[in-house]
Design a protein around this ligand. Structure first.
Ligand SMILES: [Zn+2]
Ligand SMILES: [Zn+2]
Length: 365
């Protein structure tokens, strides 16, 4: 014999059946429910807690022998980066650390990029963007304003990404309440109504990028996104000419986990936005099934610039397609606070929160 324990629709405590009233009673919150309502709630919850499927088909093709013959792979004996380029490009320095100790490596490129976005920003433009960065920047540390900023290294680099496509079929349930109050003689009567709220729908994700290089910090690559995917072309070894590409060293599975997190949080947010007009809302269940989920490896262009100041090395990254720039030069907190002191106290308090949050992230545009 199996027993089903029905849970209270308003507080989730176990319900007991009261033979006299023929209703289910909650010992915790004191509510009573008719049996049909309780059964229906249990049925809906079971339906919504069905299996979740977040599986991706990865387009993981290897280089053909012909393509491999036109591709050169090498590794940096200084930082360990694995890089590749076409057969005509001579790699003299590592695109990451600038070290000249690049040595040819055995060809082991399992994953072939499917598409590549060519560089639209040329080297001289990237250099100008670097120098322009320091103009009218009152909040950067004085160190960068009192003497000329010199590019230590500028390198043309393709960064590996996985692009994810899917439709997320989702079902969610929430518990919600509305509260009304009215006066009755000497009493004030508060009525709380409990709702089981259901949502079902599909959200489409197209070309969701996930950085597949562990060598560049994610916060740097995320700061220079997005790339305009419409300008992608099919990858051949020749498209790398003059530049170096980093081998994808974060496997597809790890990237899929990150893609799932992004799909999940976007879907939860989008569905939650549709539940309005309640005094309280508690998410009850959520299940997401991915339909047509596929992923594809691609290469995106960045200019990687390093500059040395006061014994430290700073990194600039410029999106090689859009010119979006990011760097890890910290704001001068002292200068920022100094400026705010002249303003209203409340504004300063908010601004301070912002600047500390930004500097905690380390990347400030
Ligand atoms: Zn209850
Ligand atoms: Zn290196």
């Amino acid at each position: 014999m199996s027993t089903i324990t029905y849970k209270c629709p308003s507080c989730a405590a176990p319900l007991t059946y009261d033979g006299r009233s023929q209703q289910m009673t909650c010992g915790s919150c004191g509510n009573t429910f008719d049996v049909d309502t309780v059964r229906e709630v249990a049925r809906i919850e079971q339906e919504d807690q069905q299996h979740e499927d977040m599986h991706w088909d990865a387009r993981d093709e290897a280089f053909s022998p012909q393509e491999a013959a036109r591709t050169r792979l090498f590794s940096c004996s200084s930082c360990g980066a694995e890089l590749f380029t076409d057969e005509t490009t001579v790699a003299t320095n590592c695109a990451f650390c600038g070290s000249p100790s690049v040595i040819p490596a055995q060809f082991t490129l399992e994953t072939k990029p499917q598409e590549i976005i060519p560089f639209l920003i040329q080297k001289d433009q990237a250099e100008k963007m670097f120098h322009d960065y320091f103009k009218n920047r009152k909040l950067i540390p004085n160190l960068f304003l009192t003497s000329r900023n010199v590019i230590d290294e500028i390198r043309q680099l393709y960064v590996p990404y996985w692009l994810f496509d899917c439709d997320a079929d989702a079902r969610m349930t929430y518990r919600g309440t509305t509260v009304t109050t009215h006066r009755s003689g000497n009493y004030r009567v508060t009525t709380t109504s409990h709702f089981l709220i259901r949502r079902a729908g599909t959200l489409s994700f197209r070309k969701l990028p996930v950085d597949a290089s562990s060598r560049l910090e994610n916060k740097i690559t995320e700061s220079i996104e997005p790339f305009n995917i419409a300008q992608s072309i099919a990858f051949t070894p020749e498209t790398l000419s003059g530049a170096q590409a980093n081998r994808a060293d974060v496997d597809a599975e790890t990237c899929q986990t990150r893609a799932n997190e992004r799909v999940k949080s976007s879907t939860l947010d989008a569905f939650r936005q549709t539940v309005r007009g309640y005094a309280s809302v508690i998410p009850q269940s959520a299940s997401i099934n991915l339909v047509g989920a596929s992923s594809m490896p691609v290469l995106y262009p960045i200019w990687h610039i390093t500059t040395k100041k006061g014994g430290n090395a700073y990194t600039f990254a410029i999106n090689g397609q859009t010119g979006e720039l990011t760097c890890n030069i910290p704001w001068s907190k002292a200068k920022f606070v100094g400026r705010l002191l002249g303003m209203a106290g409340i504004a300063a308090a908010i601004g301070l929160g912002v600047v500390y949050a930004l500097s905690a992230m380390g990347v400030i545009k």
